[in-house]
Design a protein around this ligand. Structure first.
Ligand SMILES: [Cu+2]
Length: 88
């Protein structure tokens, strides 16, 4: 009967693009020098949706900012694991 009228309220939301940046801290294991940290940083920073990453070799941890609409913590952990390191 009154089908099709639902589209009218789409317009009010359509112009707003919500970018939700999430910041996480990961414990990274398996690094044995600063080059390891740099390698992780390079790989993860190239991932789609990752805004920034800083890996602290001395602290054995990494701080990652990413768009939660494009990627997630699990994907980042998997990427780090593909290099042979552990991330939790
Ligand atoms: Cu190394």
């Amino acid at each position: 009967m009154a089908s099709g009228s639902k589209f009218s309220d789409c317009n009010s939301q359509g112009s707003i693009i919500m970018e939700k940046v999430e910041k996480i801290e990961l414990k990274i294991g398996g690094m044995h020098c600063g080059a390891c940290a740099a390698g992780i940083q390079m790989l993860v920073s190239q991932m789609d949706g990752v805004a920034s990453i800083f890996v602290d070799y001395e602290g054995r941890k990494g701080t990652v900012e990413f768009d939660s609409q494009k990627t997630n913590k699990e994907a980042i952990i998997k990427e780090i694991a593909s290099l042979g390191y552990t991330a939790t």
